[in-house]
Design a protein around this ligand. Structure first.
Ligand code: CA
Length: 535
């Protein structure tokens, strides 16, 4: 029987006698009937019990890469539930052909092509820490994903921003630049880097003819004015500007490594500062800006959507991943910057939902979480707490990160504080529980929080181990008094990818007293473009 429809399903029944067992093997393919039959070989003659055992072994192998130890079973459940969800996406969209090599049906041009393909991930969410998580823990899988991305570009002329399975009109930004650059700069991909870079330039200076969220909607304005104007009929324009500016920094970093011509590099080096064009000195926040250079008026920083995407100005102002030092300068220095971070929690959970014409679930989740205007249930703000490190107040990051882990993640059906979003909100927890987080993908740094468990061991693909030990750790002793790295005192407030790859023994002396910065000097702060590269 053959069924053709946009949504087709099938149900098969068996008439059985009491106690009789039926074993059915089912296979599917996006390519052909013959390929479906070939895919059946995956079961390799195993019976149900053997298949179940093989699956259990595969999961143990995958989740065995990180071992945490705790007396608190609830927290163990939460950790491994989050870890499990961190490895569900993106989905493999390739199959193995007759010769055992990967092939895929292309959702981009309808053809069957050689090589890898992945789908079902929105980069607006997952560039932040999900892809960096894959690159750290499962780089050989990350390498395949990069090959899949290159294939998507070759087959459609663009990198996807929201693949499901082809280009989907959804969200904003051009964050494929981050996903591509982070993997390239960490050296996990052998995919044709020049071709990948060509794809980034293409996406940065054009928009997909039918899908406005692929490439850069409003790119002409952005390239000409340095921002996407508020009054040009392009929605969520400040969010776009901020993300394009960070994406330009990613392109600049990759171009530099590839030794691209300096006049080309200058363009992206300059553009990565475009976040400054939507910073409003009067409110100290990011704000819509009209074509004539004037800021939008009236301006309500609690208004969700409009100039922003599923968040408000208080949530989006921090989206300067690559140049926090520059943002600190705009806000008037470290003290003022830290006070603005404090405000996010101190403000009431007020909101203006008029852009959406009603309370969207992300707004309701912020209210229910009861942490002021901190809206962890959606992505734009998820790196914010780590920014206390750039202001010399790491103990506040250590305080709030634990509050978020304790209050917003539970091993229950309502244990998430918002959309899980293809592993991003889960990978945030996994990183945060280990005590570090990739604030700026494309750099090789992870900014410090504090470990959540008294012991955790991460086994890397190269066999090296990252051993994290914090024996006095508790909700009370949540602050880091001292840290040793391979036996030596460590004062930086970040780790690097290249160091961690060599294996690391991290021993934390935890303390109940805030206001300890364990001797971190300004030169120990994480990367910021303005401090480390602009001059
Ligand atoms: Ca979301």
């Amino acid at each position: 029987m053959e069924l053709k429809a946009n949504h087709a399903g099938a149900a098969i029944g068996f008439s059985t006698r009491k106690g009789e067992q039926v074993h059915a093997r089912v296979a599917s393919s996006f390519i052909s009937w013959e390929q479906a039959e070939r895919n059946l070989k995956e079961l390799d003659g195993k019976n149900f019990e053997q298949t179940k055992e093989a699956a259990r072994a595969a999961w143990n192998n995958t989740l065995g890469r990180i071992r945490v130890e705790s007396d608190d079973a609830e927290r163990m459940r939460t950790f491994y539930s989050c870890f499990y969800r961190s490895v569900l996406f993106p989905r493999m969209f390739f199959e193995y052909g007759e010769d055992g090599k990967p092939i895929h049906y292309s959702p981009y041009n309808g053809e069957v092509k050689p090589g890898y393909m992945f789908t079902d991930t929105g980069f607006w969410d997952t560039f932040r820490c999900l892809f960096p998580f894959v690159n750290l823990v499962y780089p050989s899988m990350g390498e395949k994903m990069q090959e899949g991305l290159l294939n998507a570009y070759l087959e459609s002329g663009f990198f996807p921003e929201w693949a499901s399975p082809g280009h989907r009109g959804c969200m904003v930004g051009n964050n494929s630049a981050s996903v591509v650059a982070d993997a390239f700069l960490k050296g996990i991909t052998k995919a044709d880097a020049e071709k990948m870079y060509e794809g980034l330039l293409k996406g940065a200076n054009s928009v997909h003819p039918r899908i406005s969220s692929t490439g850069r909607y409003g790119w002409q304005y952005y390239n000409e004015l340095g921002y996407v104007p508020y009054d040009a009929g392009i929605n969520e324009n400040v969010a776009r500007t901020l993300e394009y500016a960070y994406d330009d920094w990613c392109i600049y970093q990759m171009g530099k490594k590839l030794g691209r011509p300096s006049d080309e590099l200058e363009v992206y080096k300059k553009r990565c500062q475009n976040y400054r064009n939507v910073f409003d000195p009067e409110s100290g926040l990011m704000r819509g800006r009209n074509k004539d250079g004037k800021f939008q008026s009236p301006f309500n920083p609690f208004k969700w959507g409009d100039a922003f995407t599923e968040g408000n100005s208080w949530h989006y102002t921090w989206s300067v991943f690559h140049d926090v030092e520059g943002l600190i300068g705009l806000m008037g220095g470290k003290e003022k910057f830290a006070a603005m971070l404090d405000s996010v929690f101190a403000l009431p959970p007020v909101f203006d939902d008029s852009y959406y014409g009603g309370v969207i679930h992300e707004i309701r989740e912020m209210e229910i979480m009861n942490m002021g205007n901190y809206a962890h249930g959606n992505q734009p703000i998820q790196h914010m707490i780590y920014l206390y490190n750039y202001a010399g107040q790491p103990w506040k990051a250590q305080y709030w990160l634990r509050e978020v882990m304790n209050r917003l993640y539970m091993p229950t059906p309502d244990g998430y504080c918002g959309d899980e979003d293809n592993g991003q909100t889960s990978a945030w927890y996994v990183f945060t529980a280990l005590g570090f987080y990739p604030v700026c993908p494309g750099s090789d740094q992870y900014v410090l929080g504090a470990p959540y468990f008294s012991k955790a061991t991460l086994t890397l693909e190269n066999g090296k181990k990252i051993e994290i030990s914090a024996p006095k750790n508790s909700d009370k002793n949540r602050y880091i008094r001292n840290l040793t790295y391979n036996g030596k005192s460590y004062t930086k407030n970040y780790f690097t990818y290249s160091d961690l790859l060599k294996g690391a023994r991290l021993v934390y002396d935890m303390d109940s007293q805030p206001a300890t910065n364990r001797g971190v000097k300004e030169s120990d702060f994480p990367y910021s473009f303005s401090r480390d590269e602009a001059k």
